[in-house]
Ligand binder design. Structure first.
Ligand SMILES: *Cc1c(COP(=O)(O)O)cnc(C)c1O
Length: 367
């Protein structure tokens, strides 16, 4: 539709640009209400707030546009979106591949709930996921993976999945649709947390599913209706309000992440750095082929846990926070959550501060 526009233009237009004199510019007011039914008993779109409402539909249209999808569905969190799709696809007797190096609560859900329902769950690292997909019915890939930032070759994985009629689900949280469009690379369906860069203000939790296979999307919508993990109308309004600046914020986050990665790789206090945008990064070639931007996350390893604590203490700009994608640059030492990473491993989420200020602050805080 707006394929020729840049990301900031698309973000602004996605929020709604229909011009109706006397009506708000954007977003629409929040009808957080139960709806009157029509007297002829014809089912209206808005019979009840758990099935659909105008706040969701405006947000869903914007998300579908950004992902290049036919339709999108909002959820109360990224996990609600992911688990709804997995409930639809990973039936008893099927084999599901989940990322060994991705978001840890997805692995927990698969191991604690789906495996108990008779789903065979295989955990595969990014490097082995194509091989694991050979024996799968459903593959969930996350790229760049949170927190290690390895990158999955989505086109290759999609071909493998297609070859054995497995369904490919891609978690697009870290890259956002402004960084990559998994559906255009062959994914069957996209899941994501909007809590992070997309909403981007560290003030809400939300998720979504996007896709163009209408039967699959209808099954996910039905699961949402029946299990009820819905987004509140107020949060939908807030996400939509935030989407208009997503292009601008993400551009600065990517610029800051890249500058931080370059500074960090030459710093004596740093053991190692991962950022898909660095030419020497093992993921760079694949990332360059499939991503429009390399994202706002940088993975860095310092000597130990104390080195990470010291970095945050000495810095005036970094905040310790486990979410990411907000306007502040934040740091999370992932070993505290049980991620399989060294004690001194930190995921840095670049905010939207001035690049020079951030570089100066982090460099002096490391020393
Ligand atoms: C945060 C995150 C999720 C979960 O999203 P919530 O909105 O917190 O439920 C899923 N996948 C990835 C990659 C994430 O970073």
């Amino acid at each position: 539709m707006d394929g020729t526009y840049g990301d900031s233009t698309r973000s602004v237009k996605a929020v709604g640009s229909e011009s109706i004199p006397g009506q708000p510019v954007a977003p629409v007011p929040i009808p957080a209400s139960t709806f009157h039914l029509s007297p002829d008993e014809a089912e209206g779109l808005d019979s009840y707030g758990r099935s659909s409402n105008p706040s969701w539909r405006q947000l869903e249209a914007a998300l579908a546009e950004l992902e290049g999808a036919a339709t999108a569905l909002t959820f109360g969190s990224g996990m609600a979106a992911i688990t709804s799709v997995l409930r639809v696809l990973a039936k008893p007797g099927t084999t599901l591949v989940v990322p060994a190096d991705g978001y840890y609560q997805v692995r927990r859900y698969a191991a604690e709930y789906l495996a108990a329902q008779g789903v065979t769950v295989i955990e595969a690292g990014t490097a082995e996921i194509c091989e694991a997909a050979q024996g799968a019915d459903v593959v969930l890939a996350e790229t760049p993976a949170n927190p290690g930032l390895d990158v999955v070759d989505l086109h290759r994985l999609a071909m493998t999945c297609r070859g054995r009629r497995a369904t490919l689900v891609v978690d697009n949280t870290t890259a956002t649709p402004l960084g990559q469009q998994p559906l255009s690379l062959g994914a069957d369906i996209v899941v994501a947390s909007a809590t992070k860069s997309l909403a981007g203000h560290s003030d809400l939790v939300a998720g979504y599913v996007a896709g163009s296979q209408l039967e699959l999307m209808a099954a996910v919508e039905s699961d949402r209706l029946l299990s009820g993990p819905i987004l509140g109308a107020f949060e939908a309004w807030l996400v939509l309000r935030s989407l208009g600046s997503a292009g601008l914020r993400f551009e600065r986050q990517c610029q800051n992440a890249h500058a931080l990665a370059v500074m960090l790789r030459g710093h004596p206090a740093v053991v190692s750095v991962r950022y898909p945008g660095l030419p020497e990064d093992p993921a760079h070639e694949v990332a360059s082929a499939q991503m429009k931007r390399f994202g706002g996350l940088v993975a860095v390893e310092l000597a130990d846990a104390d080195a990470v604590h010291g970095l945050v203490e000495r810095s005036e700009l970094l905040i310790a926070s486990t979410s990411f994608g907000g306007i502040h640059t934040s740091v999370d030492r992932r070993a505290r959550w049980g991620d399989p990473v060294p004690a001194g491993f930190a995921r840095i989420s670049a905010g939207i501060e001035d690049t020079d200020d951030l570089l100066f602050d982090v460099e002096q805080a490391l020393t």
